[in-house]
Design a protein around this ligand. Structure first.
Ligand SMILES: Nc1ncnc2c1ncn2[C@@H]1O[C@H](COP(=O)(O)OP(=O)(O)O)[C@@H](O)[C@H]1O
Ligand SMILES: C[C@@](O)(CCOP(=O)(O)O)CC(=O)O
Ligand SMILES: [Mg+2]
Length: 361
């Protein structure tokens, strides 16, 4: 089978409020960034499947015959993007020599690719192709690099195999898929996140698929079209961490102290809802210092809650302290434990360097 060549991209994200709580059914507010992951598929006729992931120093090739063996006796089950096929995951882990202890960047990214590739093409002939993915996002820093990679994998493999068609007209440089295709891409991207994160909420792949700013609650995605222009400073502590480990850590703490932790999750939910209301108010009435006072207090309270969830880090404490000395309020974003923090800038604040994002629509 010959696939179509294609090139896709997807954005990273910043979570304003609701990280971790969203995994436990609470509201999160997230926004896409102008930092993207790109992925190209090229059809080959050499009987090989190759993957090049320069950001994580991973360059691998397999013969189609080896990959076909992984599907032996799995049956022609219609590929579906609802849940992981445990048997296929087990075979892939064995094939890559992966045990729970050595699920590093390279192994997880390779596993996610092979899982989606084999699932999508399992009922027909496996195609020979080369996948190359690269990103402007820091890997493992809370800006949704895993989701942007998973969204790109899903979109490109669905497109290469002809399940969805490219919306790009000859004269256009970029285009978006229709809603139905975006939903299919999102559901396969969620599979990638399941492999990389273990227990994802789905908020990151939703932002990677639809872009813009959205409210996410238990799989329900509500785009927020009326939001004010906010300036947010992103700071990368450069402390490495893994979302999978942090999500599992929060779960352990909830299991250990349910009566203490459940109210914390409820409070984070209320913070997201209050923040959303303030943002809406800011679009229908003149913006005042009081709006910013509330947004800043919400950031401070949430940062304390995230520390209570055990996903803080001394480098993030430093960020909060240093910015507060300048009258600015910060919290971690994404899984925490290091990675990136966000700082709300008031309209008068002068541009600190790092990366400034504009939040609108
Ligand atoms: N550009 C990339 N190329 C290949 N794999 C990537 C890339 N970006 C992210 N990944 C995968 O995602 C993992 C990081 O995911 P995660 O811990 O959730 O952090 P993040 O906050 O960046 O999403 C990496 O270990 C790797 O497996
Ligand atoms: C902690 C969490 O809420 C966000 C994780 O984001 P990131 O992988 O750190 O970019 C997990 C999730 O929602 O799946
Ligand atoms: Mg991630």
């Amino acid at each position: 089978m010959q696939v179509r060549d294609c090139l896709v991209s997807a954005p990273g994200k910043a979570i304003l409020h609701g990280e971790h709580a969203v995994v436990h059914g609470k509201v999160a507010l997230a926004v896409s960034l102008n930092l993207r992951t790109y992925l190209q598929i090229k059809a080959r006729s050499n009987g090989k499947v190759c993957i090049n992931l320069p950001n994580i120093d991973t360059f691998l090739c397999w013969d189609l015959s080896e990959l076909k063996q992984l599907l032996a006796c799995l049956g022609d089950k219609k590929e579906e993007a609802q849940r992981l096929d445990a048997e296929l995951v087990k075979r892939l882990r064995e094939f890559l020599g992966v045990t729970d202890g050595n699920l590093d960047s390279s192994n997880t990214a390779t596993l996610a690719f092979l899982y989606i590739y084999l699932s999508l093409f399992r009922s027909g002939e496996l195609p020979s192709l080369t996948v190359t993915a690269w990103s402007e996002l820091p890997t493992g820093a809370g800006l949704g690099s895993s989701a942007a990679y998973s969204v790109c994998l899903a979109a490109a493999l669905l497109c290469a195999g002809g399940t969805i068609t490219s919306p790009l007209k000859e004269w256009e440089h970029t285009a978006r898929w229709c809603q139905e295709d975006l939903e299919l891409i999102n559901s396969w991207a969620f599979q990638g996140e399941l492999i990389i994160h273990g227990n994802p909420s789905g908020v990151d792949n939703a932002v990677g698929t639809w872009g813009g700013m959205l409210r996410f609650l238990a799989g329900k995605i509500i785009p927020l079209s009326r939001v004010p222009l906010l300036r947010i400073l992103l700071t990368n502590t450069k402390v490495p961490r893994s979302t999978k480990v942090l999500v599992a850590r929060v779960k352990d703490r909830i299991n250990k102290f349910p009566s203490i932790m459940i109210p914390v999750l409820d409070s984070v939910d209320a913070i997201s809802c209050t923040c959303e209301k303030v943002l809406t108010d800011m679009t229908c009435e003149p913006i005042t210092g009081e709006h910013y006072n509330v947004l800043e207090e919400l950031i401070d309270i949430n940062q304390h809650h995230l520390n209570v969830m055990s996903v803080g880090h001394p480098a993030l404490d430093t960020l909060c302290r240093v910015t507060l000395a300048k009258g600015l309020h910060s919290k971690l974003t994404g899984a925490g434990g290091g990675g990136c923090g966000i700082t709300l800038l008031r309209p008068v604040s002068r541009g600190h360097c790092s990366h400034i994002i504009a939040i609108k629509q």
